[in-house]
Design a protein around this ligand. Sequence first.
Ligand SMILES: NC(=O)c1ccc[n+]([C@@H]2O[C@H](COP(=O)([O-])OP(=O)(O)OC[C@H]3O[C@@H](n4cnc5c(N)ncnc54)[C@H](OP(=O)(O)O)[C@@H]3O)[C@@H](O)[C@H]2O)c1
Length: 329
Amino acid sequence: MDKQINWGLLSTARINQALIRPLTASKRTRLLAVASRSLSSAEAYAREWKIPRAHESYEALLADPEIDVIYNPLPNHLHAEWTIKALRAGKHVLCEKPIALTLAEVDAMTQAAKESGKVLAEAFMYRHHAQTLKAKEIVDSGALGKIQLVKGAFTFNLTREGDIRSKKETGGGSIWDIGCYPISFARMIIGAEPLEVFGWRVAGENGVDDSFYGQMKFEGGVHAQFDSGFKSPFRTMIEIVGTEASLSIPAPFKPERSSEIFLSRGSKAEKIKIKGGMLYMGEVDDICDAIAENKAPRISLADSRGNVAAILALLESAQVGKPVSLVGR
Ligand SMILES: NC(=O)c1ccc[n+]([C@@H]2O[C@H](COP(=O)([O-])OP(=O)(O)OC[C@H]3O[C@@H](n4cnc5c(N)ncnc54)[C@H](OP(=O)(O)O)[C@@H]3O)[C@@H](O)[C@H]2O)c1
């Protein structure tokens, strides 16, 4: 068997739990270490999740010569800084979404990946799931006719006090946290970048958006509309509307191992059943393939940059109260 790929968790973030199962279930990977800002927290976490090594600082994890891949689930404002440090330390990086908060940060990360020769990929887990691949295949087959509109939503009630999502200084706000999903889905399905966007935001107490309502215009009369928010119950959807048919995806971002999507023509709806794997295994497999087989990751850095560019333009539009062009960004 090829050498196992050793992973290190950069912090004790809650989302780590989604990665721990695939990292321990896969024969190709070994979850070797966790780091925290304090040794006691790293040690307690390592004991709880049976991780062999605990590091007292993020720097110590990056200096661990046996670590091949760093999983970066830090708050959004630290994605660029620690991803660049990890790449410069000779590590591959799987970085949580949104990959960064400015285009300058994405460009610096891309440059660091290029200079180090290491793989950097954004952790949009849904992109690797069989359901997403099937939806894209259906659209590309022409079964819906010419695509007119992609609609999407992701909301949940954010009730945790002091969460990183509700603070401006940690890169909070619903569009960065969950609006990034329908934006990414629409861009992936349409296969292009928006030309122009328009958005409205409802500001929360801390200057971040509690809700965001956005529209994106693409070439050829194709449009996307989405909403994201922290003030409604958990709710996700994608609907792709073509000239011949529409495709409805009730659980687009967190599909289970078996899921259903619906292809409708007029009043007739066909249920399409999909068998997928463990949701977060896809991003682990994808980066392992990129490392072991020198393949490009499924989500290119240009793609990640396009998502950040769209979010920034939508936020700008909400601020100035006018449509914002993305041409040349
Ligand atoms: N793909 C997905 O399904 C998914 C789901 C949820 C979240 N996410 C993404 O994952 C990232 C983390 O989200 P989360 O909910 O897991 O966050 P979280 O539980 O708040 O964890 C963030 C961790 O970062 C460390 N940290 C370093 N500086 C910090 C600071 N100034 N403030 C707060 N924490 C700091 C802390 O670890 P130590 O104390 O150990 O150093 C903390 O545990 C975000 O980028 C989010 O968008 C992705």
